[in-house]
Ligand binder design. Structure first.
Ligand code: GLN
Length: 295
């Protein structure tokens, strides 16, 4: 017999572990920092194996089709596309959210705002609070907050109709549609009344810094979600103007900001008559969020 049987796959099956090691090497060679984690997540997606399955049976054979799928996923990651975008989903807080090119990739740093809210609202977590999320994007902050406040109702606002569409799907996926609505608009413009809690992770990168961001951010997060104007603070000027009319007397706003912006953001809030209650650090130790209230 000189020829292989007809049904032999073009590429013979190889073990999951061998594929994983090759994928890690390819990503590391492409300069991807989290090569191990990213390679494993993409291998799981290509093969349908879960993490436990991979650990239990690293010698599981992976067929030709899954190998081809993996090669395509690795090529996308090596070219700078974030894993979350390749997979179309990202974990945030306790939730699995859908993500697309229309929204900022939810980041662990932003979970700082949820932690801060839970601490600040201790004792009120079961009240029927009114929550607003300005620039909701994927809906990450609103979804996580409403999961933690089981009797609260919320509104998410975003300028991007595509983001609004996605945030609605995420609310639905989290079983929260009955307690929240997402509307298209600019900051406070489409909302009325006062809120117990206002959250925002606005764009805060100074325009001229955007070209120097990591390619995962610069090339894949929407500019609308990043660009905070010349000094990065445009959104906080608008927020400072609107918060006094939209917070309840004992209401709280929790806003994310970028590196080194704490005192500038605090000054804008104070100048608008708001009281700075506290700052919060993220897991990396950076001052990441400000808590403000009325008077
Ligand atoms: N945290 C993001 C970054 O530094 C920016 C998000 C934002 O502007 N809100 O890449």
């Amino acid at each position: 017999m000189t020829h292989p049987p007809r049904d032999m796959p073009a590429e013979p099956a190889v073990t999951a572990d061998a594929l994983l090691r090759k994928a890690v090497d390819q990503l590391a060679a492409a300069g991807i920092g989290e090569a191990n984690l990213d390679a494993r997540l993409l291998l799981q997606a290509a093969t349908g194996l879960d993490r436990a399955g991979l650990m239990r049976d690293p010698d599981a054979l992976v067929g030709a089709e899954a190998q081809v799928r993996l090669a395509a996923l690795i090529a996308r990651r090596a070219a700078g596309e974030p894993v979350s975008r390749i997979l179309g989903q990202k974990g945030f807080w306790s939730l699995d959210l859908l993500v697309t090119a229309d929204v900022l990739d939810p980041r662990p740093d932003t979970e700082t705002l949820i932690e801060a809210a839970i601490v600040a609202l201790a004792g009120r977590l079961r009240e029927p609070l009114r929550v607003l999320d300005l620039g909701t994007g994927s809906g990450a902050l609103l979804c996580a907050m409403l999961v933690e406040l089981p009797n609260a109702r919320g509104i998410g606002v975003d300028l991007s109709a595509d983001a609004v569409e996605l945030a609605r799907r995420n609310l639905q996926g989290c079983g929260l549609s009955a307690r929240a609505e997402i509307v298209v608009g600019s900051w406070f413009e489409p909302v009325s009344g006062r809120f117990d809690l206002i959250l925002s992770n606005p764009p805060y990168i100074p325009s001229s810094d955007i070209a120097g961001l990591d390619r995962e951010v610069r090339d894949h997060d929407p500019r609308l979600a990043l660009d905070g104007g010349a000094d990065g603070l445009d959104a906080y000027r608008i927020l400072a103007q609107g918060l006094p009319d939209h917070l309840k007397p004992d209401g709280l706003a929790i806003l994310e900001f970028g590196a080194g912006q704490d005192s500038d953001v605090a000054k804008l809030m104070t100048a608008a008559g708001l009281k700075v209650r506290a700052f919060r650090r993220d897991l990396g130790g950076h001052v990441r969020a400000i808590l403000v209230g009325l008077g």
